[in-house]
Ligand binder design. Structure first.
Ligand SMILES: [Zn+2]
Length: 660
């Protein structure tokens, strides 16, 4: 009597990815319920089993469902949002501001649905995620029928779903409790990265992962800069640091591991940490190329991921496998490393170890879950087929096959994709809803890109300065005479400093947009602190009134922020149409004149055709009446300092320098 089963996939080339690396031509896979009950030659299984349904897989490869070891699936909604910029501009200028404004439970849910549809179509059956409102990711993954390890992100600063990391950890615990014991969905905790977390976050996350027996997910050694800063701050690589705070005392999955070395690999290997490089993302963000061959030789459980669709920009895992086979060859000059079979293992058998699910998935063997992909190899780009060499099937899958060749995708024995028909996600509805969310983000960014203030606000720390600036500038002959006059009885000097200021103006053809000044201020007077202070100042056009005698009254909005990023960051972020640099040696006095506070500068422009010296008298106020009063005082001060009207200059330094 033949044994009853639900489904028999028969007649294809079964690529088991089991310990013996069996490949069965004219093979079959028998499925009952959620499990694989037998794998073998088709003629044997047809005799052994009576199947409720027999699926002819002639011309196809039957492979284990692919495992995406690192993703941020809701970010499919941010696909194509910004590209070809540095990681910090990408993250701090775009991702974080957009996420803080737009990431909601709905965003995470719809984004996950879109990703699930894409992953199922491209043969992924399991994914490891890290994002916000992860409960919605879990819900959408469950509804789509996928297997998922969903990591709730925890960072030390406010996130879209948690005002503080304590709240984030509370949310995570509730989330993990809710999904505990689910068949396919594992809810867990994901401390984002050493550079965005604290020791306490890692310790708390490890405790949660231990309590619920789930993997801890994190990012490690994505960029060279991250490694350099970790070594400077902690004398430990990100991998060694994670070990030191207990992150590897539990099952762990570390995304990227691009800048890791032998010592790191020994640590990863010792603790069974899964490493998940993401080749496309690592290339696109110019993070580097992960040392696949080195990690594999060191016995690290290496998986492979797509990373978020905002940095990839797709979730086609076969494409990542393709890159994982090619990149190590290209950088080493050795075409024998990471052969096709090993590359496919990254997304199957070895990938399953990396995500700590090897007891369930990763190979086609009796007793494992029926997570299976049937790849149609009858397309033009997979024709013809050779079979004389045992590894030719891997060659064909890794170097020739595309995501579009996926014909059937099953998870737990259930068809999620059948004859290229998606069964568990309403693609048209998801595309519509995803586009509607993207339209809102698009409108926000369109507005922001044309508004410098919004762009500055987006990166934080902005303050608005007093709106009225009373200012007069004069070209003077004798700086020492001015300095001497300031020491006379009319003025009280409250502070005197000397400094070198390097100003870089980021300017636009349309002056109505305003301009951004990046200033590095180096104090030169004895006793001053040595580290330069950098500030960012946005000025929007002055409605200048020329009807004041002697002085120009500037009425304009002015915003300042500490410039805690590099000039390079701001250049790429603001994309100015013109850049003007002004370097000046400044002597500055804060003085009281008739109970009012003024700043007086004597400036010499370095490397300019109009080097000065120049005298500036400035004061700021919120009050228009006060501004008028100060204009009158400035006229008196000019007399005290012996400056005549012919000496007055109406241009700003940036305007003088822009002419040259
Ligand atoms: Zn990531």
């Amino acid at each position: 009597m033949p044994e009853l089963i639900d489904t028999l996939l028969t007649g294809g080339t079964v690529v088991t990815m089991d310990g013996d690396g069996r490949v069965i031509e004219q093979g079959a896979v028998a499925i009952r319920g959620r499990d694989i009950v037998a794998v073998g030659p088709a003629h044997e299984l047809r005799e052994q089993f009576a199947a409720g349904e027999t699926i002819d897989c002639a011309g196809c490869a039957i492979i284990p469902g692919l495992i995406n070891a690192h993703a941020h699936v809701p970010m499919s909604l941010l696909r194509g949002l910004v590209a070809d910029v540095q990681l910090d501009v990408w993250l701090l200028g775009y991702m974080f501001p957009v996420e803080s404004k737009f990431v909601t439970p709905e965003f995470s849910y719809v984004g996950t649905q879109l990703s699930c549809a894409e992953m199922i179509r491209s043969g992924t059956t399991t994914f490891v995620d890290m994002y916000f409102y992860e409960d919605e990711v879990a819900r959408a993954a469950d509804e789509a029928g996928m297997r998922a390890i969903c990591g709730q992100s925890v960072l030390r600063f406010p996130t879209p779903d948690a005002p503080s990391y304590d709240k984030g950890l509370e949310y995570t615990r509730a989330f993990m409790q809710k999904w505990q014991g689910h068949e396919r969905v594992t809810a867990t905790v994901a401390p984002h990265a050493p550079y965005t977390c604290t020791d306490d976050i890692y310790r708390a996350a490890a405790a949660l992962a231990a309590e619920f027996d789930t993997p801890l997910i994190t990012h490690l050694s994505e960029t060279a800069r991250e490694n350099k800063e970790s070594l400077q701050e902690r004398k430990l690589s990100p991998v060694a640091y994670s070990e030191s705070v207990g992150a590897f005392s539990v099952k762990a999955i570390a995304a990227h591991c691009v800048h890791t070395d032998e010592r790191d690999w020994a640590i990863l290997s010792k603790h069974g940490v899964g490493a998940a490089p993401c080749p496309s993302s690592n290339l696109k963000l110019a993070s580097g190329i992960a040392p696949f061959a080195g990690m594999l030789a060191a016995g690290v459980n290496v998986g492979i991921g797509t990373d978020g669709p905002a940095s990839n920009d797709d979730q086609d895992l076969l494409n990542e496998v393709h890159l994982a086979a090619l990149l190590p060859k290209g950088v080493s000059g050795d075409p024998t490393i990471v052969p096709a079979r090993q590359a496919l293992a990254l997304a199957t058998s070895l990938g399953a170890k990396a995500v700590h699910l090897a007891h369930l998935i990763g190979s086609l063997e009796a007793g494992k879950r029926a997570d299976i992909v049937v790849l149609d190899l009858r397309a033009l780009h997979t024709t013809p087929r050779y079979s004389y060499a045992p590894d030719s099937i891997y060659t064909q899958i890794v170097y020739s096959a595309h995501a579009s060749d996926v014909r059937h995708t099953l998870v737990d024995g259930r068809f999620l994709l059948r004859d290229r028909q998606l069964l568990t996600v309403d693609e048209e509805r998801v595309k519509r809803e995803g586009q509607a969310i993207a339209d809102r983000i698009n409108a926000f960014l369109g507005e922001r890109e044309s508004n410098l203030l919004d762009k500055i606000v987006a990166i934080g720390g902005v303050q608005q300065a007093e709106i009225f600036e009373v200012q007069v500038k004069a070209c003077i002959a004798d700086a020492e005479a001015i300095a001497a006059a300031l020491n006379g009885p009319a003025f009280t000097i409250t502070k005197a400093t000397e400094r070198t200021q390097y100003d870089t103006y980021l300017m636009f053809a349309d002056p109505a947009r305003g301009r951004v000044r990046y200033r590095e201020d180096h104090r030169r007077d004895p006793g001053a602190r040595l580290d330069p202070k950098s500030t960012l100042t946005l000025t929007v056009p002055a409605a200048e009134r020329d009807d004041f005698p002697h002085a120009v009254l500037l009425s304009r909005a002015r915003y300042t922020a500490p410039a805690d990023r590099s000039l390079r960051f701001y250049r790429e972020y603001f994309q100015p149409e013109m850049i003007v640099e002004v370097e000046k040696q400044r002597r500055r006095w804060r003085v009281i004149y008739k109970d009012e506070d003024f700043a007086i500068n004597i400036d010499r422009l370095v490397g300019s055709t109009e080097p000065g010296p120049f005298l500036e008298i400035k004061s700021r106020t919120w009050s228009f009446r006060d501004a008028e009063h100060k204009v009158a005082l400035i006229a008196e001060m000019l007399e005290h300092l012996g400056v005549s009207e012919e000496q007055l200059v109406k241009q700003e330094y940036v305007e003088m320098e822009a002419k040259h």
